[in-house]
Design a protein around this ligand. Structure first.
Ligand SMILES: [Fe+2]
Length: 265
């Protein structure tokens, strides 16, 4: 199995703080059957100012450490970009996933839809393929649901956030999943978070993840691991939840390794 999204590099974002914890994460991933991991620290101007050369260096260093520790895991450099207003600057020197054309991106919860569309257009114009991280967790892609929670406090907050993100949004409209369809039509691929299937992010995210899985939305999966403790607690239940689900384990293997979909490097 391939982990397409993992914050495994030490002291570079909000992932592990030490090399020892990175090695422990690698040990856990290898133990449940992963053989390749794309190292994808956050890249957000002003918050996580990571650059490709830095990530490549950190990936090589961790790979050397894994070899020393006898952990059979191949690492590739990557990045998780935020599709915010600073993204076009970062796209001038992109860091795709390994040798592939895939660029891992996430949708900021308060972004305007037009900004997301425009950033996706820029990625495609550059000849790269946008791989949208964990759509099941994206507020922007599911804000239609918030309109169904009119009477709850959470619903009120989510409606306010959605309106702030796009002031032109008429109350009662359902643009979230339409945006997801549109992005897919533009050429976006989607990566599911493994821990979404075990309910780590709540029941609603879990339900969306299974709906997406059944609809064949996901091109690949990732742990989105940020530390050894959460990986240890979440990985096995997530894989078990997928195994228990109809076609779960089969889908995981088949989709991640589908020939022609990705450059398995
Ligand atoms: Fe992430």
């Amino acid at each position: 199995m391939i982990d397409w999204h993992c914050h495994i590099l030490p002291a570079i974002d909000d992932g592990p703080e030490t090399l020892a914890e990175s090695v422990e994460m690698a040990r856990l991933l290898a133990a449940v059957g992963f053989r390749r991991v794309h190292c994808t620290p956050h890249c957000m101007l002003g918050r996580f100012d990571n650059r490709p050369s830095q990530v490549q260096r950190a990936t090589a260093e961790l790979q050397r450490e894994l070899r020393r520790a006898g952990i059979p895991l191949l690492l590739s450099p990557g990045m998780e970009y935020s599709l915010d207003e600073y993204f076009p600057v970062l796209l001038e020197q992109p860091q795709p996933l390994g040798n592939s054309q895939l660029l891992l991106v996430e949708v900021p919860s308060q972004a305007a839809t037009e900004l997301v569309r425009e950033n996706v257009r820029l990625i495609i114009q550059r000849g790269l393929i946008p791989l949208l991280a964990h759509p099941e967790r994206s507020v922007l892609l599911h804000r239609d649901e918030s309109f169904q929670q009119r009477r709850s406090f959470t619903g009120l907050i989510r409606r306010l956030l959605a309106r702030r993100a796009d002031p032109a949004l008429p109350d009662g409209s359902m643009p979230g999943l339409l945006l997801q369809d549109e992005l897919q039509g533009m050429g976006c691929l989607f990566q599911g978070n493994l821990l979404s299937f075990s309910g780590r992010y709540g029941r609603q995210v879990q339900q969306r993840a299974f709906v997406n899985l059944d609809q064949g939305l996901y091109a690949c999966f990732g742990s989105d691991g940020h530390g050894a403790e959460s990986l240890e607690a979440g990985l096995l239940p997530a894989l078990q939840a997928l195994t228990d689900h109809q076609q779960g384990a089969d889908t995981l293997g088949r989709v991640a390794l589908r020939p022609g979909s990705f450059l398995i490097n």
